[in-house]
Design a protein around this ligand. Structure first.
Ligand code: GLN
Ligand code: ZN
Length: 762
């Protein structure tokens, strides 16, 4: 019985690659230094999998930045602006594409399916010249071989590559990218031939787009591609790997009919219908099934007994020697190694498995199927599963009851939004085009030091509170000087908008090294939601009250919404996501009500990540949006008409979900907009009625550039052409925490000046 790992994190257990990359980019170390760190990481990962007993060990899943960019390099598809002269692509060109350089901006980055990993979007067109320009796949294969480890080289499949790319600048938006298949397949043939010559016996093609809603034309591309590659692939075993959802029946039929392919990888964690599809449609005889039963997207220990029974069901269909135990996806999306978690509570730790532990689980399952069950390992696992089910840390009957009682009810504020806005205006008495900001002000080195020292108990609570108060006072005074209408306290006490709340809620755990790559060298450390969520005490009321006491202007209370907390955490897998979300919503609801009682009249509940939770398939969108929007409404349905609820979102492409956004029923929404002006406003131009307050960002906070008054005024005029004067707010795109005061002060000065200028024109 064989075992397989679809891919592995590259950063290293302590983010070694991140530090090596950043030091190289800063010119503090050489290319050789970087290559050395990378080679050490690769070899230790291969050895670890080999020692664990894994049969099919991946290579070429390492990357200096991103595996899609690696494919772009493999194909020599470098956009013209990087002035690449052909030959093998080196660090210069590679990192210029990834990060831009002094004279050219980077390529676009976007989310990899529904993960928080971001890839570099290929830019292609009819004139793109392809050439075999990166031999990374072959050299990694050889590198492992030299260590005595025979690996399965992993390539992004040709169809997925094209379906994830976009037409280059100057190329028509309607350009059929799949028409480039004939141009890239010759390069794929070259690399396949190379790998074969180097001794590879298996190749893995990642084709995750197969889980999306594909039309027949797109499906035909798979048939075409793998038929074309068939003769080059002959003599090799080929696995087409899918992940993140089940493969729809039509797609399943298409790929299982491919001659050139000898193995198929499916996600049995998220692909809840896959087993049925296999039973109903059948599985091609003599081919391998790579059964992804160990979750690559989460940090929970596998329920080995449950997996074993799934595997046994599959074994009956495909045959004993054709079943391969695998991960549901690459392990790139989980944390690296639990051994480095020295601060986690022992019981909670027994419920977890990071990448290194998942490798061991995969192997244990394969051995069990082969009749060599490690009884001790299985019974320890069963005990951990049982403790998780019965632990009082997990279950809070009161919370369960309160969350269950929510179902079936709509949770809406009693009065409609226009009546509420009137009541609020009477109380707040704001000018037209009121100005505000999104929440955070610059996070200085000094502030970070204060928080760190307080956490490490190096300074007293009193010192800490005074330092933060002083900072809030500074931010309040600045906003008054700038003449902003609705103020914020600047969030100096917060490290991160999710962690800050997670640390104060029950049911959350935090890791020390549980980093997951987000893009390039950037990693995030999601909290772990392991139990029923409740709020032992108020979380923000103290700071908001302090801030409000410093000014007579309205001070926005600042909260992170339930959907965002959920989407940016590792979520428990023992109950549906929506149930966890409802529990968080109830905790935030208590906070909203406490803020209101403390005299805070404007409360912002950020839902920066609402869109990120959208499922991969259209048929599942409505259900998600329904409970996500419902969760948001739960948080604030109980407040008075005169309490103004704001929300904020960090993306502008919400044309497709605009009705859900309206259904959130917030009084005011501030949204990122300035990087794609027309996109957002076009919704309203096309006649969508929006009656609540709305503040499309008037300038981009991701850039150090200072926008002029005229430029901002122009933006506002464009907005006024499609939105009613009395609902428009003036604010930046997002929080200011990554900017410097030297940028923030002039930018906000110009923003307020632009708002004032327009007030005189109206
Ligand atoms: N209130 C948060 C801030 O200003 C919102 C951040 C976000 O939307 N990502 O920092
Ligand atoms: Zn934002």
């Amino acid at each position: 019985m064989a075992s397989h790992i679809a891919g592995y994190p590259r950063m290293g257990p302590k983010r070694e690659l991140k530090f090596a990359l950043e030091s190289f980019w800063d010119g503090k170390s050489s290319a050789e230094d970087l290559q050395k760190v990378a080679a050490e990481l690769r070899s230790s990962i291969w050895k670890q999998m080999s020692d664990a007993g894994i049969k099919y060990i991946p290579s070429n899943t390492f990357s200096y930045y991103d595996q899609v960019l690696d494919t772009t390099a493999l194909l020599g598809a470098v956009p013209e602006r990087y002035n690449w002269n052909g030959g093998e692509i080196g660090f210069d060109t590679y990192f210029s594409m990834a990060r831009g350089n002094a004279s050219v901006p980077a390529m676009e980055m976007t989310k990899w399916f529904d993960t928080n990993y971001h890839f570099i979007v290929p830019e292609l067109g009819p004139h793109t010249k392809f050439s075999y320009a990166s031999h990374k796949a072959v050299s990694e294969y050889k590198e492992a071989k030299a260590l005595g480890i025979d690996t399965v080289p992993v390539l992004i499949g040709p169809v997925t590559y094209l379906l994830l790319s976009k037409p280059a600048k100057g190329v028509q938006k309607t350009f059929p990218l799949l028409s480039l298949l004939d141009h890239i397949l010759p390069i794929y043939k070259e690399v396949i031939a190379d790998l074969k010559a180097a001794g590879a016996s298996w190749i893995q093609f990642d084709e995750p787009t197969l889980v999306k809603d594909l039309d027949s034309h797109q499906l035909e591309a798979f048939t075409k591609a793998y038929s074309d590659l068939e003769s080059t692939l002959s003599g090799l075993n080929v696995v087409v790997e899918t992940y993140f959802a089940d493969v729809p029946t039509e797609a399943y039929k298409t790929i299982t009919a491919l001659n050139a392919v000898t193995g198929f990888g499916f996600d049995f964690v998220r692909g809840t219908k896959t087993l049925d599809v296999i039973k109903n449609v059948g599985f091609p005889s003599g081919k391998y099934l790579f059964a992804g039963v160990v979750d690559g997207r989460n940090i929970w220990a596998n329920d080995l007994a449950a997996s074993l029974s799934t595997l046994q069901a599959l074994e009956n269909i495909v045959g004993k020697d054709k079943l391969v135990v695998s991960t549901s996806s690459s392990l790139l999306h989980t944390a690296v190694d639990l051994v480095n978690e020295t601060k986690l509570d022992g019981e909670i730790k027994s419920w977890l498995a990071f990448a290194a532990q998942k490798v061991v689980e995969v192997n244990a399952l394969a051995k069990a199927l082969a009749g060599e069950k490690d009884e001790a390992f299985f019974s320890a696992n069963a005990a951990a599963q049982a403790s998780r089910k019965s632990s009082p840390r997990v279950t809070n009957p009161e919370v369960q009851k309160a969350a269950a009682a929510l179902k079936g009810s709509d949770h809406r504020r009693e009065t409609n939004v226009s009546a509420r806005l009137d009541a609020q205006q009477k109380k707040l008495n704001l000018p037209i085009l009121p100005t505000t900001t999104i929440g955070s002000f610059p996070q200085t080195i000094e502030l970070r030091r204060v928080r760190r020292e307080y956490k490490a108990k190096k300074i007293s609570e009193e010192e800490y509170v005074n330092a933060i108060k002083e900072e809030i006072n500074k931010v309040v005074k600045l906003q008054e000087e700038l003449d902003i209408d609705v103020l914020v306290h600047g969030e100096p006490e917060r490290n991160d908008m999710v962690e800050y709340f997670g640390e104060q809620l029950s049911g959350f755990a935090f890791t020390v090294n549980g980093w997951v790559q987000s893009y390039g060298s950037r990693c995030v450390k999601p909290p772990i939601i392991y139990g029923d969520v409740s709020r032992p005490k108020a979380m923000t009321v103290f700071w908001s009250s302090v801030a409000q006491s410093m000014t007579s202007r309205p001070m926005k209370g600042m909260l992170t919404g339930p959907v965002t907390i959920l989407n940016w955490s590792f979520v428990r897998n023992d109950q549906p996501r929506f149930e966890t979300c409802y529990q968080i919503a109830l905790a935030i609801k208590q906070e909203v009500e406490d803020l209101e009682a403390a005299g805070i009249t404007v409360i912002q509940i950020d839902e920066a990540a609402l869109r990120e939770g959208l499922p991969l398939r259209k048929s599942e969108e409505a259900f998600y949006l329904d409970w996500a929007v419902h969760s948001f409404r739960i948080t604030n349905c109980g407040v008075k008409d005169t309490t103004q609820i704001h929300t904020h979102m960090c993306y502008s492409n919400f044309n497709d979900i605009i009705h859900s956004i309206i259904d959130m029923d917030a009084d005011v929404i501030t949204i990122e907009n300035s990087r794609s002006d027309e996109k957002l406003l076009s919704v309203f131009r096309e006649g969508v009625k929006y009656g609540a307050g709305i503040g499309p960002g008037v300038y981009d906070i991701h850039s150090p550039r200072i926008p002029s008054t005229e430029e901002i005024a122009d933006r506002i005029r464009k907005m006024l052409a499609v939105l009613e004067t009395n609902i428009l707010w003036v604010n930046p795109d997002c929080g200011l925490k990554t900017r410097k005061y030297a940028e923030v002060k002039p930018a906000l000065t110009n923003m307020v000046a632009a708002a004032k200028q327009l007030r005189t024109e109206l």
